[in-house]
Unconditional design. Structure first.
Length: 187
C-alpha cells in the first residue's frame, strides 16, 4: 500500500510499505546496472581481457574467434519515468550503445559541459515489465542527451510500441511504480 506525504499543493513524496518484507521505502524508486548486461555474455575467464569499464564507460571487445566483429561501446545514462502525482520520477541507471565516434567524442569532453551535445543510441531493455509481447528483450532506439559537467546523460526513447516508451512519455501510476519496485528491492 502506498502512503503519500503532503507537501502542500502539487507533487508529493513517494513512499510505500513493502508487502513482502514490511519495510517502509521512502522516495521515488531508483535502480541502476553496474555494467551493461552484455558484459555477462562474455565468459568470466575472458572478461579481464575483453571488457574495459568504469562507472560511466564500457568497451566490450569481441572474442578471438570473431575476427570480423567490432567492439561495442557503451555509456551509462539515466532514463526517468514520471510517477503521477510524485515529486520525483522512477529513475533507471542504464547503459546505451554508442558508435565509436560518439563514444570517443563523449569521452574526450566528459569533464566539460556537454549539455548542448548528444548522440543516437540503442537501449537494450532487460527489465521484467518491458519485454516484447513475444517474450523477447527489446532493443529500443533513443536519443542520448549529454549533460553538464558531472551529470549523467539522459535517455529519451524514440516512439515505439514498447511499454517502456509509453511509460516514459505518459508516466506511470503509484501502483505500477510499487509493482515494479517491490521485487527489485529484494534482488
Amino acid at each position: 500500500m502506498a502512503r503519500l506525504f503532503e507537501t502542500g499543493s502539487g507533487p508529493r513524496r513517494f513512499e510505500f510499505r513493502c508487502e513482502c518484507c514490511g519495510n517502509l521505502f521512502s522516495g521515488s524508486p531508483s535502480f541502476s546496472l553496474r555494467r551493461p548486461e552484455y558484459v555477462f555474455d562474455v565468459p568470466e575467464e575472458e572478461r579481464d581481457a575483453r571488457v574495459v569499464a568504469n562507472d560511466d564507460l564500457c568497451i566490450i571487445y569481441p572474442s578471438a574467434d570473431e575476427p570480423d566483429a567490432l567492439p561495442s561501446y557503451w555509456i551509462r545514462a539515466v532514463l526517468d519515468i514520471p510517477i503521477h502525482g510524485a515529486a520525483d520520477p522512477f529513475c533507471w541507471g542504464l547503459w546505451v550503445t554508442q558508435s565509436r565516434e560518439s563514444f570517443d567524442r563523449y569521452q574526450a569532453t566528459f569533464d566539460l559541459d556537454q549539455s548542448d551535445d548528444g548522440s543516437f543510441g540503442w537501449l537494450p531493455v532487460h527489465m521484467k515489465y518491458y519485454r516484447n509481447p513475444d517474450g523477447s528483450w527489446p532493443m529500443l532506439e533513443c536519443d542520448v542527451r549529454w549533460g553538464s559537467a558531472g551529470a549523467r546523460p539522459t535517455i529519451h526513447l524514440w516512439e515505439s510500441d514498447n511499454q517502456l516508451y509509453r511509460d516514459q512519455r505518459d508516466g506511470i501510476s503509484w501502483e505500477k511504480a510499487i509493482e515494479i519496485a517491490s521485487p527489485l528491492m529484494h534482488d
